[in-house]
Design a protein around this ligand. Structure first.
Ligand code: BES
Ligand code: MN
Ligand code: MN
Length: 460
């Protein structure tokens, strides 16, 4: 292992340079104008995997963006770790809020990252994180310290709901057979308090439409006498919550996992820093469901958020109009044992129930995903904890994250193996936002922790 760590140290700069090459390719999965760039990025990932020593590397086409596969099988009786990551990124807009070109990576120091952070779209989500595995794998290979078989699937559609990965898993269960799935696509609680993610929330996502009059109307001639769809939609959204900040949808909490007081006490060992939390996002107060801490509100409790709302005139100047239609996009984060089907159905029924008779409403469901939990007494968790404790020199705690990686539940269902979420990002990394970045220390700590995970997981 000493040799491997030495190799990592000697090749640090090259790993950063290679990551820069990946970030330079704008692999935006949501925007069809970037289809060729996504393909180019898949090719680059495949080149790096080959160079790192992976065998049978393939770029597997799907009806959407390709999945990159590679493997190194060194012994039939050794455990097999399947590394999952995604090379696609979110769109960069609003581009004007970036300090520099989102696809021309650079390093700059910040308050949280005094040793520098890599700026660029995908630096933390997830290029910088999955590339730690390619680098660690190269180091283990080069220094003969690999103690597990390794398989890689790096996909190109995570940010658009992993639409073709489920079928790929079903079609290739034999080829992807493994003992656990190792993923770096989540955040640490903080650099001072490293964590292994033991839970992700699920997701139900809907778009709603409220239709009033059959055309836009003059707000002078008709105003005051007709239902304005924007007003109606606003009232309906207000009715999504009660006065205690709970979600008012009938039956919304029916299947929510109730944690024992001990479990809640255990998770609240993570030191809440309310002042730091508020300051980091420029707020002077928080809000949420009564009776829960910020940590609980963002992890073990389900939520509802309006992601966008529009309708009527939003251009320059004024236009006196009552719009015919109003729209909103709404996400709901789910916890065990809610399912996206159940919640989408309950949302739809409630939305129809509270709609006044003088408008027409529709609910269009988008992609969704199941929540995920990794037990904190599982061998996978314990190996990750031990590995990170060795590299950070600190106690590592379990941490349930509020984000979603819908494919994790499907991995467990289809491949019958657990997912270990050993992510090294920070919530301040601005993923999906302008000026996304990834700490250099986080990047290196990740590369160093991975070989230790392999070692502990294999028991060698
Ligand atoms: N890597 C994120 C999820 C994440 C980030 C989990 C930080 C925990 C901590 C992933 O790429 C993502 O953005 N997921 C989406 C869901 C997806 C269906 C678009 C999300 O959580 O909104
Ligand atoms: Mn991600
Ligand atoms: Mn993401």
């Amino acid at each position: 292992m000493q040799e491997t760590i030495k190799f990592i140290h000697e090749n640090k700069q090259r790993f950063v340079d290679e990551l820069f090459e990946l970030i330079r390719i704008p692999s935006i999965s949501a925007d069809s104008a970037y289809k060729n760039e996504v393909q180019k990025c898949a090719e680059k990932v495949s080149d790096f995997l080959k160079k790192a020593g992976a065998e049978n590397v393939e770029i597997c086409p799907t009806d959407g963006h390709p999945i990159v596969y590679g493997e190194k099988i060194i012994g039939k009786d050794l455990p097999t770790v399947l590394v999952y990551g995604h090379y696609d990124v979110q769109p960069a807009d609003p581009i004007e809020l970036w300090n520099k070109d989102p696809f021309e990576p650079y390093i700059e120091k910040t308050e949280i990252h005094p040793n520098g952070a890599i700026f660029g779209r995908g630096s933390a989500d997830d290029k910088g994180q999955f590339f730690m595995h390619v680098a660690a794998f190269e180091a283990m290979n080069a220094t003969n310290s690999l103690t597990c078989n390794v398989k890689f699937i790096i996909e190109g559609e995570e940010e658009v709901g992993s639409v073709h990965l489920e079928q790929f898993l079903k079609d290739n269960t034999e080829k992807l057979a493994c003992d656990c799935i190792l993923i770096s696509d989540t955040s640490l609680y903080s650099m001072e308090q490293p964590t292994v993610t033991t839970g992700l929330r699920g997701l139900s996502y809907v778009e709603v439409e409220v239709e009033g009059p059959n055309r836009d109307l003059h707000s002078g001639l008709y105003g005051g006498a007709v239902p304005n769809p924007i007003h109606v939609l606003s009232r309906m959204i207000a009715q999504m919550f009660d006065e205690k900040g709970s979600i008012a949808i009938d039956g919304f909490y029916d299947n929510v996992e109730i944690l024992s007081d001990e479990e809640r006490a255990e998770m609240n060992k993570l030191k809440d820093d309310p002042e730091g939390f508020k300051a980091s996002i420029g707020l002077n107060g928080v809000e949420g469901e009564e009776g829960y801490t910020t940590l609980e509100r963002t992890s073990i409790r389900p939520t509802l958020d309006v992601n966008g709302i529009w309708g009527g005139y939003t251009g320059e100047g004024a236009k006196t109009v009552i719009p015919s239609k109003a729209y909103a996009k709404i996400s709901m984060r789910l916890v065990p044992y809610q399912t996206p089907e159940e919640i989408t159905e309950k949302f739809t029924q409630y939305f129809n129930k509270i709609a006044p008779d003088n408008v027409k409403v529709t609910v269009n469901p988008h992609h969704g995903g199941m929540p995920y939990v990794l037990p904190s007494n599982s061998p996978e968790f314990l190996a990750a904890k031990k590995a990170m404790e060795a590299s950070f020199g600190k106690e590592v705690l379990p941490f349930r994250s509020g984000g979603s990686i819908p494919i994790t539940a499907l991995f467990e269902q289809i491949l019958k193996a657990k997912c270990v979420l050993m992510g090294f990002g920070l919530s301040s990394d601005a993923i999906h936002s302008p000026n996304e970045h990834y700490g250099l220390d986080n990047f290196y700590k990740g590369i160093e922790s991975i070989p230790l995970f392999f070692q502990y997981y294999s028991g060698k």
